[in-house]
Write a protein that binds this ligand. Structure first.
Ligand SMILES: [Zn+2]
Length: 281
């Protein structure tokens, strides 16, 4: 646990792992610190950085920082590490029971704080951007569990259409339940292997929601890129919602409605194939 012998009168430092789930209720909030891609937030390099103008980051806040800025001082800790069970895009809300994560507290001198009071304080100071489930002290092995276990997810989306849809094609798309083949999306191709991945997907709901708009709810296997399933990503995903409908389709807003962890009741998908340890949309 503790490393060096502390000076007289000072408590030894220890590390601890706190498990919780976060709901993210504001778009534009990243899960972890969004370091500038040019200077990587480095203290010296960021000074003259043209990308972030010395800030070192591309957003003011993140879920990680909203938690850490209260938790780390309260525990007199050196550093916090955020281990999420996957992550959603910055513009995607995380609803339902929230996304499991472990906040690793490094070098805490004061670990015996009232975790429930701390959680309430974090929520209050976050001003509605995030909500947290009560913290539970866990073993470090839980990090591995959440990193390596994959879950189906339910998403909801507003879809903008490029033209009128034939009612029969809309009905067929609304009943889609099967396998799709998804080549690595262009937007992540620079950091992921360029592969074709089979994924299972079930449309739960698809209905008109105003002029040129559809409301979509969909259950997908881990690792499905939902925005690209909607648009087709220039035929890199087949079939796509756009190909099923026969009109250009674009995801306007996307929310994770639920991550189907083992404690969530209800049906699951049959995996389309052995899943690769890969990222989420
Ligand atoms: Zn920078």
């Amino acid at each position: 646990m503790s490393s060096a012998v502390p000076p007289p009168g000072q408590r030894p430092r220890c590390n601890l792992w706190l498990e919780s789930r976060y709901r993210k209720l504001r778009r534009g909030l990243p899960q972890t610190i969004f370091y500038c891609p040019v200077c990587k937030g480095d203290r010296r390099r960021r000074v003259d950085c043209p990308e972030c103008k010395g800030f070192g980051k591309l957003t003011k806040e993140s879920v990680q920082e909203l938690i850490g800025r209260r938790l780390l001082p309260a525990m007199a800790a050196k550093e916090g590490k955020f281990h999420g069970a996957g992550r959603e895009d910055i513009d995607v809300l995380m609803l339902g029971r929230g996304r499991p994560f472990i906040y690793e507290v490094v070098g805490a001198r004061n670990p015996d704080v009232d975790l429930e009071a701390l959680r309430r304080e974090i929520e209050q100071r976050a001003e509605g951007q995030i909500e947290l489930q009560p913290f539970v002290r866990v073993d470090r092995k839980r990090v591995v569990y959440w990193k390596e276990t994959h879950f189906d997810k339910v998403y909801r989306a507003d879809v903008a259409l490029g033209g009128p849809v034939d009612p029969q094609r809309l009905a067929a798309a609304a009943a889609f339940d099967g396998a799709i083949l998804q080549r690595t999306p262009q937007r992540v191709a620079h950091r992921r292997a360029d592969l074709d991945r089979p994924r299972s997907l079930r449309v739960l709901e698809l209905q008109p929601a105003g002029e040129g708009l559809l409301q979509l709810r969909v259950m997908c296997q881990h690792g499905t890129y939902v925005k690209e399933w909607i648009s087709g990503d220039e035929t890199r995903t087949t079939p796509s919602l756009a190909s099923l409908l026969g009109v250009p389709s674009k995801c306007q807003t996307l929310d994770v409605e639920e991550i189907l962890t083992d404690d969530v009741p209800g049906p699951r998908l049959k995996p389309a194939a052995a899943t690769t340890p890969d990222a989420e949309p």
